[in-house]
Write a protein that binds this ligand. Sequence first.
Ligand code: PMV
Length: 322
Amino acid sequence: MIVTRAPLVLKLSGEHAVVYGYSAVACSIDIYLWARLRERNDSKIILRFRDKVEEYRRDRSQGFFRYVNECLRLVEELYGVRLRGLEISLELDKDVQPGAGLGTSAATCTATLAALCRFLGIREDIARLAYQVELRVQGRASRMDTYTSTLGGVTIVRGERVERLDVDPSWIRLGIVLLRKLRSTRELVRNVAQLRERYCDLVDSIFNLIEKCTENIIRAIKKRDLETLGRMVTKCHWLLNMLEVVDYRSNKIIIELLNDTNVAGAKISGAGYGGAILFILRSNLDSLELKELEVIHSSNAFKILCPVRISDGGVEVLERGY
Ligand code: PMV
């Protein structure tokens, strides 16, 4: 049996602007998607995730398994193999739902591809393959999630280049609020494109300001400047509001979070309209304080993950099972 795990991803800055070549910063977190690959006695390829079970079919891919299907198809095409007799089981930590805005599809690709490449004895650039799969499934994708899930740590995305920042981010304490996503990434990217068509100068100015936040965030992480990091992340959030991609629920939660003296900054992570909200903590929340946060938000339907750390490693093949 081969076991791999890939970290999920948060975006610290640069969403939407990154689509137009501006820089963005992302990080991998210590919440993982696990893939377990084992051989079967028959010729079927069975895919499992929680209570979902599906057989791999080359002619069809829909729903949650479409990323796994496309990974299998890409590997078969690239290496001229016909895969058979396999079972791939996926698991997500902390009961996170797919599509939560934490790069679950990217992690699905990197963990699955890492397992397949190990199974076939191929050394491959997992990030490159995972990006191809996202492109095939989504039609449009930036390299942010797939490369960050592969490389791990803090990454800077600039157009087609993605580099890992040489820093120790272990001092950064994060929390995440997960909300139901009300609009798809594809729709929101299209809305921003329309906004830009109409108000090009204004939208480009917003992108430029987002880029300034990105630069300050990189400097703040290097200098371990928590206050600047928090401030810049928050400014990024209000700039995303100016792009009209933030919903009322998210803003309400962000304002409540920012009113908490423990929180140095907060923003949505991802395309917008729900999904993930990240917040940066000033200190270690003890259980009492965390409880208060939960009470504040108990009227809304969402989930809090706290504390969350930036993971150092990216996708890995593990020797033992989980
Ligand atoms: O909503 P998510 O987590 O898929 O993030 C999308 C980020 C965008 O910048 C809006 C699009 C992209 O491909 O980078």
